[in-house]
Design a protein around this ligand. Structure first.
Ligand code: PAF
Length: 298
């Protein structure tokens, strides 16, 4: 299978490294410099402090993307999708797998004419060390589900993927994405504003109060059918990643744009449409936007 991966961030590099073990992988980067550095150095992976044999992939600047791959994995942030979607609409010939957090991108996917569109939820921890090196921290899984079409390529993906990089096919894309949205809505903004590791949210009794209330608001706005199940999942993720800093914490610390619009922005919009009061969602959304504004002003 020919796989094209769009995005040279941590997830794009991680997927390119592992999938190149069983497939012909091309990675499409925003800058020509990054493509050149991957072609010169190979793609490097650091896991448990060990640097693994560099992988051979073809790196190409995104401007030269032709959409010829059997499967295109879109590994950019949700806020970068708008600029890409018309290219995907015009050029993609094969199937597409979207790996964005949140739920706001789902409305864009209906515009695509490709017969197979998939969505995924990544549970790996990864950090980009430089343009051609990724560090694989939290070993997890990638959950995938059909948005439209048949699941043939998803099944192929789960057979060709190497051990240590598993894919799971979930029956319901909505449930899969909403589960992740709940986790990201509670853990990410709270850890970024309180400046704590994920585990502190459940180990510090005062923070745990906010954590529970934030969950309640999300569950109400999303009208979750099975609240206990979602809360249990949230607690499990928080315990498993207790020693990690969330991606939003790291984005704020490093002065980068966050995914707040895709996460709480989506819930805020939903609460307005449903005419529901959601003060914590509203306030944490604006706290994070305020932090982003500070960075822009600096
Ligand atoms: O965004 C993140 O950091 C992760 O999705 C999660 C699960 C919240 C753990 O840090």
């Amino acid at each position: 299978m020919k796989i094209g991966i769009i995005g040279g961030g941590s997830i794009g590099l991680l997927f390119s490294y592992y999938l190149s073990m069983g497939s012909d992988v091309s990675i499409y980067t925003r800058t020509r410099e990054q493509a050149d550095s991957i072609n010169e150095n190979g793609l490097h992976l650091v896991k448990s402090g060990i640097e693994h044999t560099p992988a051979k992939v073809t790196a190409v600047p995104i401007q030269e993307w032709k959409g010829n791959d059997d499967l295109t994995v879109v590994a950019v942030k949700q806020y970068q999708l708008d600029g890409l979607i018309s290219d995907l609409k015009d050029k993609a010939k094969g199937s597409i797998l979207f790996l964005q957090n949140g739920y706001g991108h789902i409305k864009l996917l209906s515009e695509l004419e490709t017969s197979e569109v998939y969505v995924g939820s990544v549970e790996h921890g990864a950090v980009r060390k430089n343009g051609f090196t990724v560090q694989h921290n939290g070993l997890g899984v990638t959950r995938t589900a059909i948005f439209k079409g048949e699941d043939d390529l998803l099944r192929e993906l789960s057979t060709i993927s190497p051990s240590g990089f598993p894919f799971i096919i979930e029956p319901d894309f909505k449930e899969m994405l909403i589960k992740k949205l709940v986790v990201n809505s509670v853990i990410n903004p709270l850890t970024a504003i309180l400046k704590v590791k994920n585990g502190e949210l459940i180990h510090n009794p005062s923070y745990f109060e906010i954590f529970k209330q934030m969950f309640d608001e999300c569950a109400y706005v999303l009208d979750l059918p099975n609240r206990e199940q979602y809360f249990k999942n949230l607690m499990t993720v928080c315990e498993k990643t207790a020693n990690n800093h969330s991606s939003m914490y790291k984005d704020i610390e490093n002065g980068r744009q966050t995914e707040i619009d895709a996460i709480l922005g989506y819930l805020l919009e939903l609460s307005r449409r449903k005419n529901i009061k959601a003060p914590l969602i509203h306030n944490y959304y604006h706290c994070i936007k305020g932090k982003e504004h500070e960075r822009e002003g600096a």
